[in-house]
Structures are given as structure tokens and as C-alpha cells.
Design a protein. Structure first.
Length: 563
């Protein structure tokens, strides 16, 4: 009877386990290609990137450029990782442009296998999910940050631990030593809780390192993954040398969350009596300090695989994408390119060959979104080998931007001064001999018309030198004539009907000729007298400005001829 009951219990638990496994497999299968339903803690996600040495990369995207291009929103769209390690690795990878054809080829081989073999992919994802807890964000601190050093008086802890052990043993022969043990315990109690603050810094990261090492060991059994780092077993083995000591921290974490209070209390007394936490913590940290490179290798191996699954999932959920062609020339050719963050985005095509691009058009017509679309596609093309276009061909470019500029009141800097500093950096980069892509939106709109046009022309001409490519939007039509030798003119336009405004968001050749700003005021119910006066003033200014504009252009042409 009892035997049958035990069998039934065992069978029930096995069925529950099987059903849970089946449900997880189904969830992973259904989520492939879909957006991640998760919160994003960017302070934690960025930890690995902020402290990693990326000095050998072709470019590390600046915070300014990331802000201009809505990088965090892009990351939330691209991220389909299953582990916190993969999430940090992907973030770093997207902000670090470093083209390696051999590595890209291997990445594509693995992505193809993961896309076509759902059993393998799901098996890998289940392993990666062991590192989904927030504590895994802190693994990188074990190889990137300075570890705690034991105090100069640490020898006292060793002496007290040894004294406790001897007092306990001698107490069985002479009870007076139990009194000595009690006195030592009181001192140890103070030292034990002094060390608690030290322990809390590692009670999350060290157990997660054990999981990471175990996950890496399992993933390395796949012949395809072995190609990512053939020397990884050496690093796994060296970390395993500290496994027994690190397991203590895993037990500590479990006791805090899973065991009953009595078990925790007994264990706490035992640790206090012999100062185990202090001895093991500083001992483990000393060992880990010599294995930083090995920990990073294991971290990058697991993160890389998770990133590749994320890319496979991203592509599976896209209607249109392409693998970019990185050319050795100086052309940017995009066919049916779209902005990845705009739902049902209108696509456009463009060829940027000898000249750069000057965009005109009214607000909300699509100028800035198009500029961002080019920048984002170049970045994703160079980092994850994926573009949101039918086809895309461009050289290895460094991307810089001046799009979203605002006053820096804390440092007493105006909008104009902030833009001056940003564009000064661009001018510096333009002369470094690299192929650059500069993205600008309404240059120097914080100053007066004459100086804006004058400064804009000279700066935009200077930026085009040394094989740089520029996409710039402007409301100053005069610039299209002044820069005709260096820039091709394109525009976005709107259709103004009786009661509404329509945008087609299609890129058109040439400069914008129609003006609808005052008509839009009228459609939006502005007082008739205001609209009428605005129309009258505009006609007068057109007459005056038409003559001045002709004079300005003649002055510019004469100056160019004299030079």
C-alpha cells in the first residue's frame, strides 16, 4: 500500500515536471520572432559596456549620438535575449562598431542553424534562462571592478577562527574552555556582522558566476559553438578550481530565500563561531582576482551565443530585412529603407555617391526620421549585420550626429553654444582620415538668418572633405544653391487640402518649392485677421528678400570665382 502510494506521488511529480517542461518549450517556440515582454533596467544593462576597454574598436558610439538616434528605444526593439549576460553583451556590441569578416561569417553560420533547428535553439534558450535573474547583471563586476582587499589586521580573524576551533575541542576535556569559547564568540559576532556589508556585494554575483560557468560548459559541447572560442575549456577549468569555495555563497543565497529560519539560524551561529564568511570571502576574491581574463572569456562566450539567438529571433519577426554589403568605396546605396521604430514605416530609396545630401521640407514631413533611419541602419548593419531595407550597400563608416540639441542650463550653455561644440567635434573628426557619416538636423537654428546661412554653408562644405558623407536637413533654401557642387538636394512635402494636411513621407529629388506654413495656420482655425496679415507680410518680405537673396548668391558666386 505504502509502496503504491510512493509510486503514485513520484509519478505525479514527474508528470508535473514534464508538463512544465512542455509548457516552457511551447512558450519559447511561440515567442521566437516576437518583441520581448520585459522591463529594461538600463543602469544595469550598461554596466558591462561602461567599464569595458573598447579602445581597439573602429568606433564606440557616443552618448550624444545614442540620444540623437533614440538608441535605448532601438535596443528595446532589438533585444530578444534570454539572459542578463546576453543582454549586456548585446548592448555593448551595438555600441561598439568593429567589423571582422571572419567573425561575421561564423555568426551567420550559427544564426542560420539556430533559425532552422528549433530543437537546438530551445535547448540553448532553456540553459540561458538560468541566467535571467537580475543578480546576473553583476557577474561583470567580478572581472571589471576592483575587489575588496582584506584589512591589515586580517591575521586577527585567522587567529580568532583557530582559537574558536581549539576552544571547542579542548572544551570536551576541560569545561572552562567553553567559557573561553563564549568570550571569543562575542568578539567573532562583532567581526562577523562587520563583514556582512562586504559579503552583500558578492552574495549575488559569485553564485551567478557558478551558473555562468556551468551554462558555458554545457553549451561548449556543441561543435558549432566551439568555433567561437576553442580555448574556452581552459577558462572553465580554472574557474572550477574555486568552485568548492564559491559554492558556500550559493548556499548562503539559498538559505536567505528558501530554507526555514531555524536552519538559517543554526548555520549563522556556525559561521559566526569560526568566522567562515570572512575567511572564505577574501580567499575567493584573491583567487578570482587572478582569473579575470578567464571569467571574461566565459562571459563573452555565453553572451555571444545569446546575442545570436536574439538576432535570429529579430529577423524571424521582420517582414523585410537584408544583410548589408560593406564596400571599400565611398557609396551609400539603400533600397526601400525604413526606420525600425516606426510602425508601417514608409520606405525610401537613395544613392549617395559623389555628393552628400541636403534635405528640405516642412516640419513633420519626414526629414529627421529619414536621417535617423540611415544612421540606425548603418549602425545595425555594422554591428549585427542586419539592415531594415530590401538591400543596403555602404563602406565602414563612423557615425556622428547633431540632431537633438538642447540648452545645458546646469553648465550655463545655450542651445547655440551646445551646437557649436558638437559641430566642432565633427570638424575635428572629419579631418582624421576615416570615412564618416555626419547626421545634422537644421544646423544653427539657434541664431539669426544671415549668420546661420553663412556659417552653415562654410561648415557643410568643410565636412564633405576627406570622403565624408553628410545628411543634413534645413529650412534655408539658399543653402541648396550655395552647396550645389557638394550636395544633392532632396525634399519631403505635404499636401494641403481644404480641411486637412497629408504627408506621404516619400523622398523626392530637388529642393522644396511650395510653402504651406500660413495655410496650415488657416486650416487649424487661426483668426482670419491674423492669417490675412501674415499673408500680406509674407508677400512684402518675398519681394524684399528675393532681391537680397539674388544679391547674396551673386556675392557668393563672385567670391567663389575670386578664390
Amino acid at each position: 500500500m505504502i509502496k503504491d502510494l510512493l509510486f503514485q506521488i513520484k509519478y505525479t511529480f514527474s508528470q508535473i515536471k514534464f508538463n512544465r517542461k512542455k509548457e516552457l518549450d511551447q512558450r519559447l517556440k511561440e515567442s521566437f520572432g516576437k518583441l520581448k515582454d520585459d522591463s529594461f533596467d538600463f543602469d544595469s544593462i550598461e554596466k558591462y559596456f561602461r567599464k569595458k576597454d573598447n579602445s581597439k574598436a573602429d568606433q564606440v558610439l557616443s552618448d550624444k549620438t545614442c540620444n540623437d538616434l533614440d538608441f535605448n528605444d532601438l535596443f528595446m526593439f532589438l533585444d530578444r535575449t534570454d539572459s542578463k549576460v546576453g543582454q549586456q553583451y548585446l548592448y555593448n556590441h551595438l555600441r561598439t562598431i568593429q567589423v571582422n569578416e571572419k567573425k561575421t561569417k561564423l555568426n551567420e553560420e550559427i544564426i542560420t542553424e539556430l533559425s532552422e533547428n528549433p530543437e537546438l535553439r530551445i535547448s540553448v534558450q532553456k540553459k540561458l534562462k538560468k541566467l535571467r535573474h537580475n543578480e546576473a547583471h553583476y557577474i561583470s563586476s567580478l572581472f571589471q571592478e576592483e575587489h575588496l582587499h582584506p584589512p591589515k589586521w586580517f591575521f586577527v580573524i585567522r587567529l580568532l577562527s583557530f582559537a574558536s576551533l581549539m576552544s571547542l575541542v579542548l572544551g570536551f576535556f576541560n569545561p572552562i574552555f567553553f567559557i573561553v569559547l563564549l568570550g571569543i564568540f562575542c568578539v567573532n559576532f562583532v567581526l562577523h556582522y562587520w563583514n556582512k556589508n562586504n559579503l552583500m556585494q558578492y552574495v549575488g554575483s559569485i553564485p551567478q558566476l557558478l551558473r555562468l560557468n556551468n551554462v558555458a560548459s554545457n553549451l561548449f559541447t556543441n561543435p558549432l559553438f566551439k568555433k567561437l572560442n576553442p580555448k574556452l575549456p581552459k577558462s572553465i577549468k580554472l574557474i572550477n578550481e574555486v568552485k568548492s569555495r564559491m559554492s558556500f555563497f550559493s548556499l548562503e543565497a539559498k538559505l536567505q530565500g528558501e530554507f526555514e529560519i531555524i536552519a538559517w539560524f543554526v548555520f549563522e551561529i556556525f559561521k559566526t563561531m569560526f568566522l567562515l564568511e570572512s575567511l572564505l570571502l577574501f580567499g575567493v576574491l584573491k583567487k578570482l582576482n587572478t582569473k579575470r581574463g578567464d571569467i571574461e572569456s566565459v562571459f563573452e562566450f555565453v553572451g555571444h551565443i545569446d546575442m545570436l539567438i536574439s538576432i535570429a529571433s529579430l529577423r524571424n519577426g521582420l517582414e523585410t530585412f537584408c544583410l548589408p554589403i560593406i564596400n571599400d568605396g565611398n557609396k551609400i546605396i539603400a533600397k526601400d529603407i525604413s526606420h525600425p521604430l516606426i510602425f508601417n514605416c514608409t520606405t525610401n530609396s537613395i544613392e549617395i555617391t559623389e555628393k552628400s545630401i541636403l534635405l528640405t521640407g516642412s516640419n513633420m514631413s519626414g526629414k529627421t526620421s529619414f536621417i535617423r533611419a540611415i544612421g540606425l541602419n548603418v549602425i545595425t548593419g555594422l554591428t549585427i549585420n542586419t539592415c531594415f531595407a530590401a538591400s543596403m550597400n555602404f563602406p565602414l563608416l563612423k557615425v556622428f550626429s547633431a540632431i537633438r540639441i538642447s540648452d545645458d542650463l546646469m553648465n550655463d550653455k545655450s542651445y547655440y553654444f551646445e551646437e557649436v561644440l558638437t559641430i566642432k567635434e565633427m570638424l575635428k573628426e572629419s579631418a582624421n582620415g576615416n570615412k564618416n557619416l555626419f547626421l545634422l538636423d537644421e544646423i544653427f537654428k539657434g541664431t539669426n538668418t544671415v549668420e546661420r546661412i553663412s556659417a552653415g554653408k562654410s561648415i557643410l562644405s568643410a565636412l564633405t572633405k576627406n570622403n565624408n558623407k553628410i545628411l543634413v536637413s534645413t529650412h534655408d533654401i539658399e543653402l541648396t544653391d550655395m552647396l550645389s557642387d557638394e550636395y544633392e538636394s532632396y525634399h519631403f512635402s505635404e499636401t494641403v487640402n481644404e480641411n486637412n494636411i497629408g504627408f506621404d513621407y516619400k523622398l523626392k529629388e530637388g529642393k522644396l518649392k511650395n510653402r504651406n506654413a500660413i495655410r496650415i495656420l488657416e486650416i487649424n482655425g487661426y483668426p482670419k485677421e491674423v492669417v490675412k496679415e501674415a499673408i500680406g507680410i509674407a508677400k512684402e518680405l518675398d519681394k524684399t528678400y528675393s532681391g537680397k537673396s539674388s544679391t547674396v548668391n551673386n556675392v557668393y558666386k563672385n567670391r567663389r570665382l575670386s578664390n
